[in-house]
Design a protein around this ligand. Structure first.
Ligand code: NAI
Length: 337
């Protein structure tokens, strides 16, 4: 069957070609935005990333279309309701990179606990080898508070246990089976977790209810010297309150991959699309406003936790499987109605 696969990321073409062997797969360099190239309108499947837009007219221009496979968790860029009305399967990638993001939370944690980046930076910039400056602490024996035990939070629990940490957790919907299997304790509130944790890591989505779940009050009631790790969404943390708590010593440090104000990011893969830019001004204003970048006990990265070879391959694998299943009339991972 003919499959139109638009604008794959570097290296994706080989993986997709192999998975879709036996089909006539056409790769375009550019996303589609206003129309489907005339010579490809006879395709039976169409796969797009978040940099494409698929309108009603574009769908109507493809008479043989059976499947639209989105290579993203977001699906606003496609008129999926119209496609569904026409009996076309629209699939997406509901989850990817859970292990990837959990590993990154530990990259931030270790950067803080062992000061590896600071030691490297000083060595590189002025040859400084002042070992005394880089005293760190072991993760082993420390208590990690995991807020949100969904896909990413559960991986964080198992990595923490590999380090010999004690894990406590909070989730709106505690997973008691997981707690029993992994020998963790659920607390009754975020506050209880903060009060007992040496390090807290956030793995909950952004929502009006979760806005500033970490704030001045909750930080005041946290264990003194706690470290805060956020790889989830920026608006979970009141950044001003966090900065003040670090300045006062109540919080020992923070590892942040996400910031307040970038709440318009719904799908990490958008950050890889060439024409979706998070303006420099936005990043600069965060940095300036919150003064975090200059703090030695803070590490800040530009929303990169999702970006691994494996996470992207997971997207391609899920997508090609969605295409094959959809063409075989066993649709899976359909976008929610
Ligand atoms: P998930 O949906 O599997 O798990 C989220 C968990 O949070 C659920 O168990 C839910 O019950 C819980 N929860 C929601 N609100 C809560 C609250 N107020 N208190 C306690 N628990 C609460 O989501 P997953 O895949 O683990 O992802 C977590 C978040 O990580 C995503 O929502 C996303 O914002 C972020 N993320 C960040 C990435 C990055 O590159 N920095 C990449 C991928 C995801």
């Amino acid at each position: 069957m003919k499959i139109l696969y638009c604008a794959p990321y570097e290296g994706e073409r080989d993986i997709a070609e192999q998975a879709l062997e036996g089909h006539d797969v056409l790769f375009t360099d550019q996303p589609v935005r206003t129309e489907i190239p005339e010579e490809h309108r006879d395709a039976e499947a169409l796969s797009v990333f978040v940099d494409s837009v698929v309108t009603k007219e574009m769908i109507d221009s493809m008479p043989n279309l059976k499947v639209i496979a989105l290579r993203s968790t977001g699906f606003d860029h496609v008129d999926h309701a119209h496609a569904r009305e026409k009996g076309i399967t629209v699939s997406y990638v509901p989850h990817y990179g859970s292990q990837t993001v959990a590993e990154y939370a530990f990259a931030l944690m270790l950067a803080l606990s062992r000061k590896a980046y600071a030691a490297y930076d000083a060595l590189r910039s002025d040859g400084s080898r002042d070992v005394k400056k880089y005293e760190g602490f072991d993760l082993k024996g420390k208590t990690l508070g995991v807020i949100g035990t969904g896909a990413i939070g559960r991986h964080s629990v198992s990595i923490a246990q590999g380090f010999g940490m004690k894990v406590i957790a909070y989730d709106l919907y505690p997973n008691e089976e997981f707690a029993a299997e992994s020998d963790i304790v659920y607390k009754e509130s975020v506050q209880e977790v903060l009060a007992e944790s040496d390090i807290v890591t956030l793995h909950v989505p952004s929502s009006p209810e979760n806005h500033h779940m970490i704030n001045a009050e909750s930080l005041a009631g946290a264990k003194k010297g706690i470290y805060v790790i956020n790889t989830a969404r920026g608006d979970l943390v009141d950044t001003v309150a966090l900065t003040q708590a670090i300045q006062s010593g109540q919080v020992a440090g923070a590892g942040l991959d996400v910031y307040e104000g970038e709440k318009f990011i719904t799908d990490e893969m958008e950050l890889l699309a060439q024409d979706v830019e998070i303006g420099e001004a936005v990043w600069r204003s965060f940095a300036a406003e919150h003064a975090l970048l200059d703090m030695p006990n803070v590490i800040v990265t530009p929303h990169v936790a999702f970006n691994s070879v494996e996470a992207k391959k997971e997207i391609t694998d899920t997508t090609t499987d969605n295409i094959l299943k959809g063409l075989g009339e066993e649709a899976q991972n359909e976008v929610p109605h």
